[in-house]
Design a protein around this ligand. Structure first.
Ligand code: FMN
Length: 219
């Protein structure tokens, strides 16, 4: 069976940062998480775990930390962002909305990955904590974003929690052998889904060797 509608869906998974506080059924959230765990992982280790945050106090705590982290990372001049009409200004307005309303989001999903040294790192170079298994967690996250889109939920991939990851571990009692890779706020979107704009693959593709471009055939 063919699914040509997939290509519309995959081109329509924008970051949705403006979300309604309206509740999302638990069953629907679990459907999204179950789409995540269909992803592939090296040797099928499935090294992901999720912390679903719905408690109002926990969401308020996370939102406060996230806002401080964003403000320390970006110069979020609200006056400048409010006035601008560039693509970046529009995106930053959505980011500001997100940080101001994060505590109202129905669910914040912390996607955690088991720490594991990549095999190419030799034992003598393995100092400190291993990185979480990014290679497995990201396909899982992308499946979740696709699933959200498929059921009409808004979601956005965020990583700024890295700035306060120690506190995050302590607050949610996440064991040290897991890292929090991505936080996904999930809720019903305010506003419409729309197509993403990306550089087409033809402009990112080389044929047989780097530099021989797909869209500029050798003469
Ligand atoms: C590795 C990675 C980290 C990201 N971190 C953040 C983040 O911390 N906050 C955020 O708002 N968006 C984050 N994003 C989302 C991107 O900013 C967004 O997908 C990109 O700008 C394209 O916009 P679109 O999804 O609306 O098409 C991240 C995406 C990736 C893949």
């Amino acid at each position: 069976m063919l699914h040509p509608e997939f290509f519309d869906l995959v081109g329509n998974v924008r970051s949705m940062r403006r979300l309604k506080p309206d509740p999302v059924p638990e069953g629907l959230l679990m459907q999204v998480l179950n789409a995540g765990v269909q992803a592939s992982s090296g040797q099928n280790t499935q090294p992901w775990e999720f912390v679903v945050v719905s408690d109002v106090h926990a969401k308020a705590w996370f939102a406060e930390q996230y806002k401080a982290a964003m403000e320390s990372r970006f110069s979020l001049s609200r006056e400048e962002i409010a006035g601008g009409d560039s693509k970046l200004s529009r995106q930053m307005r959505a980011v500001l909305y997100q940080i101001d309303h994060l505590h109202e989001t129905p669910y914040l999903v912390l996607v955690c990955g088991l720490r594991d040294w990549p095999f190419k790192v030799p034992p003598e170079a393995r100092v400190g904590l291993a990185p979480p298994n990014f290679g497995a967690v990201y396909p899982c996250v992308q499946n979740m974003l696709l699933a959200c889109r498929a059921v009409g939920l808004g979601a956005a991939l965020t990583t700024m929690h890295q700035v306060f990851e120690d506190e995050l571990h302590a607050y949610f009692e996440i064991p040290e052998d897991y890292g929090v890779v991505v936080t996904i706020p999930i809720g019903w979107p305010i506003g419409n889904f729309g197509p993403v704009r990306r550089i087409p693959a033809e402009k990112k593709t080389h044929v047989n060797r780097w530099g021989q471009r797909w869209d500029q055939p050798a003469v």
